[in-house]
Design a protein around this ligand. Structure first.
Ligand SMILES: C[S@@+](CC[C@H](N)C(=O)[O-])C[C@H]1O[C@@H](n2cnc3c(N)ncnc32)[C@H](O)[C@@H]1O
Length: 275
């Protein structure tokens, strides 16, 4: 987007936004000068910045396809969706089964403004505004209820969004709250940024930017991310692996060694079933 253009209502062009930054990492068009400058600050310390985003996106696509193909999931709620561009949840699911239904949720006004247009021709797919920290408002939203039957299994996608929830807002309880609202046989697809195996200077560059962005970011350890799946049955991330969380590039990888990359090691992910 050119900064000379008017920004949608509710958008502050002086504050970098989590949604626009991610769009920039993926090579999209919905970002402002403030986002590009912030991304340059991170990129100076994290050359694999784009690989982090694409590795996460790859996990999201493989996990969604797996849910549709192997677990028979036909409806998806994707919170913290970002812009539904190339190969997002509804496309990955509908490639497997044309009747898949998807509700996207995000709290970024610029994302919402452009998402509706991007989805104009998409079947059984809608985009609503909502905040992950307000589960009742999201789950009771009439547009969501029009597309999603909560008495049938749902794939809940929380990709690269729980790291915007502080410990004070208790992300562990929040995820539990969502999964308890879904019927047994539902699945959680979740990824989360981590500082466990990456350069401290790179982590600091992220913290510099996101402590002044629309959403603050929080790095968590493998143990903390694993606890987000408490009470659920994690599925093995790739053939021969034990059920566990893993780095984003490895989930669903045909050759886990080849799938390892610098970007992949910034994110843990997992897929788990509600028993
Ligand atoms: C890093 S992007 C991830 C996009 C997509 N889920 C993916 O993994 O490719 C994070 C998205 O979460 C959104 N977000 C951040 N905090 C949120 C919250 N509390 N409620 C809803 N959306 C949120 C941001 O606006 C942004 O679009």
């Amino acid at each position: 987007m050119s900064d000379a253009e008017e920004v949608p209502p509710g958008v502050d062009p002086t504050v970098p936004s989590a949604g626009r930054l991610y769009d920039f990492y993926l090579g999209g068009t919905e970002h402002l000068e403030i986002d590009r400058a912030a991304a340059a600050h991170i990129k100076a310390k994290v050359p694999e910045l784009e690989d982090i985003a694409w590795s996460n996106r790859g996990f999201l696509q493989r996990a969604t396809s797996w849910l549709a193909a192997e677990a028979g999931i036909r409806q998806f709620i994707d919170i913290g969706a970002g812009l539904p561009t190339r190969n997002n949840t509804h496309e990955a699911a509908q490639k497997v089964t044309e009747d898949a239904r998807t509700v996207y949720v995000d709290n970024d006004p610029m994302i919402l403004a452009h998402a509706k247009g991007l989805l104009a021709d998409a079947k059984n797919t809608t985009f609503i505004t909502g905040d992950l920290r307000e589960p009742d408002e999201i789950l009771d939203n009439p547009e969501l209820r029009g597309l999603i039957d909560l008495d049938q299994p749902v794939g809940l996608v929380l990709a690269a969004v729980v790291h915007f929830v502080s410990d004070e807002s208790d992300p562990w309880q929040l995820v539990k709250r969502y999964m308890n609202a879904l019927t047994p046989g539902s699945y959680l697809v979740l990824s989360h940024i981590t500082a466990d195996k990456v350069s401290p200077a790179g982590v600091q560059a992220f913290l510099d930017v996101y402590s002044n962005a629309s959403e603050k970011g929080y790095f968590r350890t493998k143990e903390e991310v694993t606890r987000l799946f408490d009470g659920l049955e994690l599925v093995p991330p790739y053939e021969g692996a034990a059920p566990s969380v893993t780095f984003t590039g490895l989930w669903g990888a045909e050759d886990p060694e080849a799938a390892d990359s610098d970007g992949s090691r910034w994110g843990y992910c997992g897929v788990a079933r509600r028993p």
